[in-house]
Design a binder for this molecule. Structure first.
Ligand SMILES: Cc1cc2nc3c(=O)[nH]c(=O)nc-3n(C[C@H](O)[C@H](O)[C@H](O)COP(=O)(O)OP(=O)(O)OC[C@H]3O[C@@H](n4cnc5c(N)ncnc54)[C@H](O)[C@@H]3O)c2cc1C
Ligand code: SF4
Length: 322
């Protein structure tokens, strides 16, 4: 690992100033230290943001909840009210990595975590995402990769929280150039959809402050399938959220993770589900719509039936009989 200096920021202004040279924000360090050790990123200064005031709180109001970017994944998992109001978010948090990692992993770091593509993570491979001229996964080992992409890189977003926040229509509040900017999950990852070099839409120095979740969708659910039961990223994940009025879905949203550089949402499926009574046939039709344009590669076609099954199961979980 390259030598670096270390500073603790006590205000968002000082954090931004410190990071402005060749600095990087450090939260729980789960992802960042791996990248530094493998020489995948370099920094002269690590800016510890864990002491920034006010970002480690979960606050709830009538119309939305606020989760600070320094709240840990374990705090989400252990929060009794979150479990009641946003069960999908609780279940997503509880599936992440291991207890030790969840204890220190933060919401901001989870959303900003980098690609898990094994070519990207190999220090000697200079793929598109590292300014090379080839995506090695396209004709190589692509079993963990995307079914959808807007560019030549097929590395998917793997943040379980992003998938769930997308279904809940949450907004990330990002400090950019001294101003608070609001980004939907689609906007937060759009950069990775169009640019193979990007993991998300954050610019250098952008700081995720908090996430706001509207309370309109009173039901939510999350499921993932992984190679291992614990300590593993999802092969495919699915989150769904909606209100239910007179037994019918209202404002439903379904989002998938690990199959696209953005949390994958299909507006036609959300519209199709709106006003429907959930049953197996409806859930199946929604899954068909969501996966209609999937473009599987040589080794990841298994993700299509897997995604189809967990979309159906996640949707049926919304009505409580999965
Ligand atoms: C074995 C294993 C299994 C895992 N499984 C899963 C899984 O199933 N699902 C899942 O979602 N994750 C999974 N993870 C990833 C883990 O959740 C993330 O590495 C962790 O959440 C990162 O959070 P952190 O606070 O440690 O971030 P750090 O490592 O400190 O930071 C990560 C990146 O985010 C940037 N950053 C941090 N905070 C902010 C902020 N507030 N604003 C802007 N940029 C910021 C940093 O500069 C860095 O680039 C797994 C990790 C491991 C090791
Ligand atoms: S999928 Fe993206 S990160 Fe992986 S080899 Fe291709 S360009 Fe690199």
């Amino acid at each position: 690992m390259k030598a670096f200096q270390y500073a603790t920021a006590h205000s968002t202004d000082s954090a931004r100033e410190l990071v402005a040279g060749n600095g990087l924000y450090l939260a729980g360090g789960n992802d960042l230290f791996g990248l530094l050790k493998e020489y995948l990123v370099g920094a002269d200064l690590l800016v510890n943001i864990k002491s920034l005031p006010g970002l480690n709180k979960v606050e709830h109001g009538k119309t939305f909840w606020t989760i600070g970017s320094l709240v840990t994944v374990a705090e989400i998992e252990d929060h009794a009210e979150i479990k009641k109001v946003f069960p999908g978010l609780h279940d997503a948090a509880a599936e992440i990595a291991s207890q030790q990692i969840r204890n220190v992993a933060t919401v901001g770091g989870n959303l900003a975590q980098h690609s898990r593509c094994w070519y990207f993570r190999h220090r000697d491979t200079q793929c598109l995402k590292k300014h090379g001229d080839l995506c090695y996964a396209r004709d190589g080992e692509n079993r963990y990769h995307s079914l959808f992409t807007g560019n030549s890189c097929i590395s998917p977003v793997v943040s379980s929280l992003a998938t769930t926040f997308a279904a809940l229509d949450a907004t990330a509040i990002v400090l950019r150039d001294g101003q608070e900017t609001r980004m939907s999950m689609a906007e937060l990852y759009h950069g990775a959809w169009e640019n193979p070099l990007a993991h998300n839409s954050l610019d250098k120095g952008d700081l995720i402050l908090r996430v706001e979740i509207p309370t309109t969708r009173t039901r939510s659910a999350y499921l993932q399938v992984s190679d291992k039961h614990a300590f593993d990223w999802a092969l495919v994940s699915c989150a769904a959220a909606a209100a239910v009025v007179d037994g019918k879905l209202k404002s439903p949203r379904v989002a998938l993770g690990s199959i696209s550089p953005v949390p994958h949402q299909v507006e036609a499926a959300n519209s199709f589900l709106d006003g429907k009574v959930l049953d197996d046939a409806t859930a199946t039709q929604a899954a068909d719509l969501i996966l209609k344009d999937a473009k599987p590669l040589e080794h990841n076609a298994y993700k299509v039936p897997m995604a189809h099954a967990i979309i159906r199961r996640t949707l049926l979980k919304l009505k409580g009989d999965a």
